[in-house]
Design a protein around this ligand. Structure first.
Ligand SMILES: Nc1ncnc2c1ncn2[C@@H]1O[C@H](COP(=O)(O)OP(=O)(O)O)[C@@H](O)[C@H]1O
Ligand SMILES: N[C@@H](CC(=O)OP(=O)(O)O)C(=O)O
Length: 453
């Protein structure tokens, strides 16, 4: 069994759907996980937020989503066999049914004058409910035998809406039951990103969550590989949209790939690696536009690669320094902060303790207006806004002085607000001023991956 996940770009248009099906045909026993079609999840989020104040505009978004999916299916079936009319009717029916459910939910949101996290997830799940069912139907029209799996039946999660955690034991048992009802030549096709809690409410796993779904399913089925099919030939030395001459990294360890995702490499959901790592199942990252390219293999065998393996960039950060007014060890100060209800969900990306103060890099959105006034009760607070974190993973510890040198040479001294190197985890982090970060990242990439080779 190979679990293949196709992302939003792969699901974007009829031509890509044909590419996807051609890839699926190469596998003897594939299990397919798909994202919503490109832009749909964001459009759904917009509809849910708009419903609060402008229900008519929200309904227009729904009609637009319906129309895009109707056109996608029509374009796809245009190039298919004689089964097309029946398939086309089933697809239309599904699009209208999901549209009606969505409209009802948006109406409820409007009347309640409140968008709960629960309602938001029920709206967001619609993208994958549409794409997965429609792909399963369309594949049948092209001669593939498929079995659509509603992820709500198998992906059991907790009730942490928007960032739900899977119940791995439950999922293993539900998936194996589901697989028993599938004939051997049928290809299972499931939507990623969503599941349901024990009470039957829709939940979502966070943006890019379909990668995580694929890894959860792969682990539950003890798959031979989990393949993330996307629009680039693997995980690159840096986001190719930032650095044009970045290149694919052939091998990464589970830990390195997890660190890159954590520090902003959008190509993978940060939780993708752990279900696979627990079962030692390799994750491959491959390109639907160049399927023969080897891509990146993520496994226990990370290998080495010169100074470092790859780098990632995360914007919209702030650095927060809290200094105790009374003499108090920094760790007690930190403990006191996490006792505050306002700080419970604060995630610190980098943390340094210095006597009676600590400095942390946190997401701008987390260091919101509510938090700062309460922190001021603990001590003196200093904030540096418009920061970015650079994460350099797979660093070679014995070359750390060269790495640090390149980092310092690439950024003006006044741009840098934190630098931390962890030789055990082989990771170097810098927090720098967000303005002008792109040319500095490009310069650093040149030094690390082009000139030093
Ligand atoms: N280190 C990296 N290597 C490859 N791609 C990256 C990296 N960092 C960010 N990306 C971006 O991730 C994109 C793929 O992720 P995404 O758009 O979520 O794809 P999909 O629609 O297939 O889920 C790439 O087009 C690329 O711009
Ligand atoms: N609902 C999608 C949203 C998204 O970001 O899609 P993608 O990254 O696959 O284009 C998902 O989490 O998978």
């Amino acid at each position: 069994m190979h679990v293949l996940k196709f992302g939003g770009t792969s699901m974007d248009n009829a031509q890509n759907w044909h590419r996807v099906l051609n890839i699926i045909r190469q596998y003897k026993q594939p299990f397919i996980v798909v994202s919503a079609t490109a832009r749909t999840t964001r459009q759904l989020l917009n509809a849910a937020q708009t419903a609060l104040s402008d229900p008519e505009q929200a309904q227009k978004e729904v009609l637009n989503i319906q129309q895009r999916h109707l056109e996608l299916v029509a374009n796809f079936l245009h190039e298919c066999s004689s089964h097309a009319p029946a398939v086309g009717d089933r697809c239309k029916q599904w699009i209208y049914t999901q549209g009606k459910r969505l409209m009802r939910r948006l109406d409820n949101i409007h009347h309640a004058r409140h968008l709960s996290e629960r309602d938001k997830d029920a709206v967001l799940a619609t993208g994958e409910l549409l794409s997965s069912y429609l792909l399963a139907q369309c594949a049948e029209a092209c001669g593939l035998s498929t079995h659509w799996i509603d992820a709500g039946r198998v992906i059991r999660t907790d009730s942490n809406f928007g960032d739900a955690q899977p119940d791995i034991d439950c999922i293993r048992s539900y998936i194996s039951q589901e697989m028993q009802s599938i004939a051997s030549r049928q290809i299972p096709i499931m939507g990623g990103y969503y599941g349901k809690n024990a009470g039957g409410d829709f939940t979502t796993l966070g943006f890019e969550g379909s990668d995580f779904s694929a890894s959860i399913v792969g682990a539950a089925l003890s798959a031979r590989s989990i393949e993330i099919w996307t629009d680039v030939s693997g995980i690159y030395t840096c986001d190719p949209r930032i650095v044009a001459n970045a290149r694919p990294v052939p091998n990464l360890s589970f830990e390195e790939a997890g660190q890159l995702a954590h520090f902003g490499a959008k190509v993978l959901h940060p939780s993708t690696t752990w279900p696979a790592a627990r079962k030692n199942i390799p994750i491959l990252v491959k390109n639907i536009f160049s399927p023969c390219q080897p891509g990146t293999t993520i496994s226990t065998e990370g290998g080495t690669n010169g100074l470092a393996k790859a780098m990632a960039l995360k914007n919209n950060m702030v650095t927060l320094t809290v200094t105790a007014e009374r003499p108090m060890p920094a760790e007690n100060l930190l403990g006191a902060m996490f006792d505050l209800p306002e700080a419970k969900r604060l995630s610190m990306q980098i943390l340094t303790l210095t006597g009676t103060s600590f400095t942390a890099a946190v997401e701008q959105a987390d260091a919101g207006r509510k938090l700062i006034p309460v922190l001021e009760n603990l001590g003196y607070v200093e904030i540096i806004e418009h920061q970015s974190i650079i994460g350099l993973v797979g660093c070679t510890p014995r070359l750390s002085s060269i790495l640090m040198g390149h980092m310092l040479d690439s950024f003006d001294a006044e741009m840098l607000s934190l630098l931390s190197f962890n030789p055990t985890k082989r990771i170097l982090n810098a927090v720098v001023d967000e303005r002008n970060v792109i040319p500095a990242v490009q310069a650093l990439h040149r030094r690390l991956f082009l000139e030093s080779q």
